[in-house]
Design a protein around this ligand. Sequence first.
Ligand code: A3P
Length: 310
Amino acid sequence: LQTREGWWTTFVLYHGCCMDRQAATSVSLARAQFVPRDDDALLATYPKCGTTWLKALAFAVANRFRHRVIVDGAGAGAGDHPLLTQSPHDLVPFIELPFRHNHPVAALDAIPSPRLLGTHMPHHLLPPRANELGCRIVYLCREPKDVVVSTWHFMNKVIDGFSIDFDKAFELFVDGCSPFGPIWNHCLGYWNKHVEELDRIIFLKYDDMMADPAGHVKKLAEFLRVPFTDDEVDAGVVEEVVRLCSFAKLSRLPVNSSGVVDRSSGRPMENSVFFRKGEVGDWKDYLTEEMAKKLDAVIEEKLKGSGLTF
Ligand code: A3P
């Protein structure tokens, strides 16, 4: 495999996608061993684009008949919702992660249908059967300038001995070298498929979701084939989902804030690392005008003619 200078270790180019060696192994194992089902819904994201949020929203929407969505309401099962006691990453596992941690894939096989699963794999590396079977895909991306900032903070927290400064990380990112990068290839892979198969792949942006979370929750419910009824809308269920999954709510829950680690999912990480600021435009505190222009120009050039913009 061709190697590239990475963020904390040497990265490899696995079928054109930049990642560390461990990730390349887990992706190749997931491609070979993960068994998709035709009623799977895959939540696909470029890392740091709001995966945690999307997992929470999709879980709350898809399971609202089993788990009533009441956040602060008195009585009536208010404390029972799984999102109040479990990390979104444990409720909606990544398909490639068990392979990274030598965890048996049986855990994924044991999830009853219809499954909600996460992935950071680019579209062209998804297990081929997932496309043949017509698994539905929710793709979420985000303004790349915020992604590079979020990624740098995240790696600082999770990688022992992480030492590159932000400017260096930025240069690597602009050069297409970041986990699962280049980001433009990742987005374009799903975007182009979405354009071909509008019913099967929905394409979302973090920034739009932040501007209109309720509208997106309704869209998500329709896409997952569990649309909200008028009665539910009138009863405020959509807003309850938004509130339950909000950064303010989730980030303050003990399970997400106090470093509870569920190793059974094969993810030896503190849950708090997935919550930092949850804002649009935080890049303004990190990128100079020149840096912003540089990344904007690269993105514009790479996305030219696709119809996708940020
Ligand atoms: P910031 O680092 O900009 O704060 P991912 O889940 O893909 O790892 O992305 C993490 C980013 O999403 C972080 O962004 C994190 O704070 C933000 N995030 C996590 N939960 C969120 C939520 N419920 N609503 C909005 N943003 C959220």
